[in-house]
Design a protein around this ligand. Structure first.
Ligand code: AMP
Length: 307
């Protein structure tokens, strides 16, 4: 058994999703930013999940988290309906619209960290209302590295709270459209620098099937997405990217170097590439460490060249 020095704490949504795309329409799928991110992180390091579900949440999903070793002491189970979200994709799956969102049990969620979780080294504030991200962050004592993810909704409706989150994290992860929306700048390098001026030492801007850029002081790392001939459901790719990224930092241990951040971005890219091969978390359910290792090696081969 590997000897882990660090753990990952992840707060975000745990959801039942209805998804429609050009291949299928499915209902009541396990979704949510914390679900995807925690399962992805669990391939690398011990993972603690903070969230809330209602009494309609199927036991089989809790069993899956437990099978992957995700610790659930911070997952509240209350009377009521689980957070639900419905999305519909364009024909080419590059664009997505939210059909509806039901906050349900999230409406009154005030996450309280278990006492012994307050000293978790790597903290991931996965996509969720910025007030809740702040509430969790305020309970963590001296984290080594804090990452936040967000979405267009919060830039539009909760910008002040989001700016407070951004000020307090080491790394902000967002997609290209969100970076432009947040800064008003079209050029992604300029947008990234403007975001770093708001507080975080590092920014990752994701560009969907076109990969991602990691920016820091004297640091620019560009990476493509892992090329796939078939995508079945892009939902949760971003959450898997950032979850695997956080898990990788915990596995590496200590204060992450820029080399570690680069490797974490590779881990995130490869983990996310598995997730889009099936609906919900079905591909992650079947994924094993050998398949993950093999694809990491393939990706290394695809992106390297002789000096
Ligand atoms: P992604 O495809 O990475 O953007 O993540 C998709 C997941 O985000 C879905 O499983 C949804 O349940 C979840 N989600 C959608 N809207 C929200 C929201 N407003 N707050 C938190 N999670 C959300």
């Amino acid at each position: 058994m590997e000897n882990f020095t660090s753990k990952t704490l992840i707060v975000g949504s745990v959801a039942l999703d209805d998804i429609e795309n050009s291949q299928a329409a499915k209902t009541q799928l396990l979704g949510g930013s914390a679900s995807y991110a925690s399962l992805a992180a669990s391939f690398f390091a011990p993972t603690r999940m903070v969230g809330i579900v209602g009494d309609d949440f199927p036991q089989e999903h809790l069993d899956l988290f437990a099978e992957r070793g995700v610790q659930l002491d911070g997952l509240q189970k209350v009377v009521g309906k689980t957070f639900a979200w419905s999305g519909v994709y364009s024909e080419n799956m590059n664009d997505r619209e939210t059909r509806w969102v039901e906050l349900n049990v999230f409406a009154d969620f005030r996450p309280d960290l278990p006492q012994d979780w307050m000293q978790t080294e790597i903290v991931l504030l996965a996509n969720i209302a910025p007030q809740l991200q702040l509430h969790v962050l305020s309970q963590v004592q001296k984290p080594v590295f804090v990452i936040a993810d967000t979405m267009d909704l919060w830039i539009a409706t909760a910008k002040d709270e989001l700016l407070e989150v951004i000020k307090r994290v080491d790394l902000l992860v967002l997609n290209d459209g969100e970076a432009r929306q947040l800064t008003g700048l079209h050029n992604l390098l300029s947008a990234g620098e403007a975001i770093r001026d708001l507080g975080p030492r590092f920014v990752i801007i994701k560009k969907g099937e076109h990969g991602a850029i990691l920016l820091g002081h004297n640091e620019t790392f560009v990476l493509p997405a892992f090329p796939l001939s078939e995508v079945h459901d892009p939902t949760g790719a971003g959450d898997c990217f950032v979850g695997a990224f956080a898990g990788y930092l915990a596995k590496a241990g200590g204060v992450p170097s820029t080399e570690t951040l680069r490797s974490a971005a590779i881990a995130g890219t490869v983990l996310a590439s598995f997730n889009v091969e099936d609906f919900s978390v079905e591909r992650l359910r079947k994924l094993d460490k050998e398949q993950l290792e093999e694809r990491l090696q393939t990706f290394r081969h695809m992106t390297s060249w002789p000096a």
